[in-house]
Design a protein around this ligand. Sequence first.
Ligand code: PLP
Length: 367
Amino acid sequence: MRRNTYLDYNASAPAHPEVAEAVADALSRVGNPSSVHGFGRAARRTVEHAREAVAALVGANPAQVVFTSGGTEANNQALAGANGSVIVSSVEHDSVLAVVPDARRIAVDGAGIVRMDDVRLALDEGPALLSVMLANNETGVIQPVAEVAALAHAAGALVHCDVVQAAGKMPIDMVALGIDFLTLSAHKLAGPQGVGALVAAEGVEIAPFIRGGGQERRRRSGTENTPGIAGFGVAARIAVDHLAAKSDRLAQLQRRLEQGVVEIAPNHVIHGATAPRLPNTSCIGLAGIKSEVQVMALDLAGVAVGAGAACSSGKVTPSHVLTAMGLDSTAAASAIRVSLGWGSTADDVDHFLSAYRHMLEGVAAAA
Ligand code: PLP
């Protein structure tokens, strides 16, 4: 029987069985969290219980958590609410970049880390908000957010941080990091798709983005996605409880994967390898073979990985992240992203390595 291996956790992680159970349970019950009768109050309890877990994941106060339809909406809300100009890092997710297309973009170095000299220069322009992600979705590179936030605050700017990919893979304390607005997405941490959160620091207001019935303390209208939020809460709780063990296990698998790739393709490059990185993400560049060709060859061998701009599989434009890191357009269009998660095993890594070897042998034979 053909083996199927899923190594695209950064695109969407499989829901944890306990998450699926919580979603099914919430779906089986009726009630609008805004209703005052018993059914409504029970739904409200489900939402508030989840809010506590999501707040604990990032060291926040539950009252500061606003549930949204996902990371994209939370990023849109954070940036649209800025009271003045915005500056962003050049490696942000499209759900940041597209909201502020004219924003000044902070340069990154060859390893994918924001350049502090450029941060300082950009802050001289007196922006109201600076947006820098904690970990990149394509490379896993971790930004020095605390350092950037200290500079931003000294210059009078607020700090937005997209921690969508970092959550569940590294500890996050938004107070210690100096984050004013933080974006989360449930489906990247084994929760359901279509639910996320925008979290504000104590004393920082979140401007309404979607208006209507005034839910979420008037900060996000629309009946709460109670089943999705219930699943998000369970995913957040599991992420907190198992973080250390999970990251150690992922780091071991990542080493196995990257050492295996060295033996198979000595001319490969792991983008961002010299920077601090998430323990689950390997962005592997292979000169001369387009990302989508690699993704398709691996898919035929039963291994699912991501290519190029991470969250939108099928996209064939060169990665803006790799381009910002100084790669030319050919190199930036020749990388795949292998991302591991809670269900990944050494067998999955070995399956990837054998498919990768097979793919290269096929290319060599065709040359
Ligand atoms: N931010 C980052 C870093 C992401 O990787 C993604 C993935 O799609 C998003 C935001 C968007 O999140 P969502 O899929 O919940 O809209």
